[in-house]
Design a protein around this ligand. Structure first.
Ligand code: FE2
Ligand code: FE2
Length: 271
């Protein structure tokens, strides 16, 4: 495959509606970047699209129309895996979008190392979850999905600190809060294969929040801004709903996201 540069590879992956090709392009671009075989940008790079390429299915619906079912039934487990596959697919495009959109930002090359590691792992997650759906007789696209993730990210397209606040430090950190109970429920139902997939995702996601926290703190330090206060300002300006407790404080702190960042933003907080 022709990859003009890291940004070019990321853009081609984002544009691709063929999900095998999208995830392959993401991983191949990461491999070539890590081997320092491609440059960061090239004049031949395609333009970054407004929306990522997607297949005709799943149909996108408002979040309220996505049905919730018990994990004790096969359709319930399929519905959960389908929702996770959709999140992982969005995560592939979002990590690549950070790389492509901010390829001209004044940041060290290790910034792109971090985000391409994230993109590589999100592509791996999507494929793992899709494979698990296939094993259960289903596929990605069988059920409707919602478009909230891309929309949440879209509002922060012009500012890197705001993007980092919303994508890794709110949306991915939320994954750390909810995944342990899903792992436990999957084990309870006896679906150990699906639980093992969630284990891989959970461990990798700690690293994604850590990449977000590291670069958020880096940018704040450079701009001489207090990171926790800056986070709160950006979240209030760019993210409509209050954050939902309970938080996985231990996993969040391990990733460098301490309670001083998010405590003041919960629905019960007065501040
Ligand atoms: Fe993921
Ligand atoms: Fe992630």
């Amino acid at each position: 495959m022709t990859i003009t540069s890291l940004r070019g590879g990321a853009i081609d992956a984002i544009r691709s509606a063929d999900l095998d090709r999208k995830t392959e392009l993401a991983q191949e671009s990461a491999d070539r970047w890590f081997a320092r075989r491609i440059s960061l940008r090239s004049p031949l790079d395609a333009p970054l699209p407004e929306r990522p390429g997607r297949p005709a299915k799943p149909v996108l619906v408002p979040p309220t129309q996505v049905e919730k079912r018990s994990l004790h039934t096969l359709p319930g487990r399929i519905a959960l895996l389908h929702a996770i596959a959709h999140i992982e697919l969005n995560a592939v495009d979002l990590a690549l979008d950070i790389v492509a959109r901010f390829a001209s930002a004044h940041v060290p090359n290790s910034f792109f190392d971090g985000w391409m590691q994230v993109a590589y792992e999100e592509a791996k997650h999507f494929r793992m979850v899709r494979k698990r759906l296939n094993d259960l007789g289903a596929d990605y696209g069988d059920l409707p999905a919602h478009d909230g993730l891309w929309q949440a990210a879209h509002s922060t397209r012009n500012a890197l600190t705001a993007r980092l606040a919303v994508v890794p430090l709110i949306l991915e950190a939320r994954g750390l809060d909810v995944t342990p109970s899903l792992q436990a429920k999957m084990r309870e139902t006896g679906d150990l294969e699906s639980a093992a997939v969630l284990d891989v995702i959970y461990n990798d996601e700690k690293g994604h929040v850590a990449v977000g926290a590291k670069w958020f703190r880096f940018l704040c330090a450079r701009e001489k801004r207090d990171p926790a206060r800056t986070f709160q300002e950006l979240v209030r300006a760019n993210f409509r709903s209050p954050l939902k407790a309970p938080f996985n404080d231990v996993a969040r702190a391990e990733a460098g996201l301490t309670p001083s960042f998010y405590r003041a933003l919960t629905s019960t907080s007065q501040s």
